[in-house]
Ligand binder design. Structure first.
Ligand SMILES: [Zn+2]
Length: 234
């Protein structure tokens, strides 16, 4: 305050002016406005409380960026990650699914001014490996058709018999284990999905963010059944 002063305002006038400025600032703070630097919004898909400082420290140590980045806390479990370089933002976005204590990080790019309380992330890009399919299927068509059921294809990759699909997965929905494909409406063929680099996940209800022990969707007898025979889920 003293450095920016430099004028001759004195006494109670100066104090009341500062109080007004403080009120204005707190209103502005509820909006997050994109800066000139590339910025990601990030949240952790986690049910237990955690220390935001240890999250920041861990990301600083695992993201090998070329230039600096800064992690700011926007509100509880919502961070702004401000990069010095666009390339570094891309590297983080394109990298593997990032985890914090086995919990998935969700990202989106900050492109327009947003109200902090309305910033909410519930999806994340994932690679899915598509199980083997009948030789008569056109792999490109198949990947496209599967991608549509996830809301669209981000990227697809066909290397000989191996097919992979990058899609945006809604982490609130139970995971699908695969899909039936039918050509003539009579014969159905099952194609399995394998989610790559998967975070903490419940074999009971198929959702992320908790393990089977902590699942509130199943009773103890149902949990025991799955524990005895995990293939029930698969
Ligand atoms: Zn569950």
């Amino acid at each position: 305050m003293e450095e920016s002063g430099g004028d001759n305002r004195k006494g109670s006038d100066e104090i009341s002016l500062l109080a007004e400025e403080l009120i204005q600032l707190s209103i502005k703070c509820s909006m997050v406005v994109p800066s000139v630097k590339p910025t990601l919004i990030c949240t952790i898909w986690i049910e237990k409380p955690y220390n935001p400082e240890s999250f920041k420290a861990q990301m600083k140590s695992i993201w090998k960026t070329r230039k600096k980045f800064e992690i700011q806390m926007a509100r509880q479990n919502l961070f702004l990650i401000v990069f010095d370089s666009e390339e570094d933002l891309q590297t983080v976005m394109e990298g593997w699914s990032w985890l914090f204590r086995k919990n998935l990080l969700l990202f989106d790019r900050l492109i327009k001014p947003m109200e902090k309380n309305q910033m909410w992330l519930n999806s994340s890009p994932f690679w899915i490996k598509i199980g083997s399919c009948l030789p008569e299927f056109d792999k490109k068509d198949l990947l496209h058709a599967i991608g549509v059921t996830f809301g669209g294809v981000i990227r697809s990759e066909i290397i000989e018999d191996s097919c992979r699909l990058r899609i945006n997965l809604d982490v609130q929905k139970p995971l699908r284990r695969g899909i039936f494909v039918s050509i003539d409406n009579k014969n159905k063929s099952w194609i399995s999905f394998k989610y790559e680099k998967f975070p903490m996940f419940c074999f009971g209800c198929g959702k992320m963010g908790h393990g089977l022990n902590d699942c509130i969707g199943l009773n103890p007898a149902e949990k025991n059944k799955i524990r005895d025979d995990p293939t029930l889920w698969h």
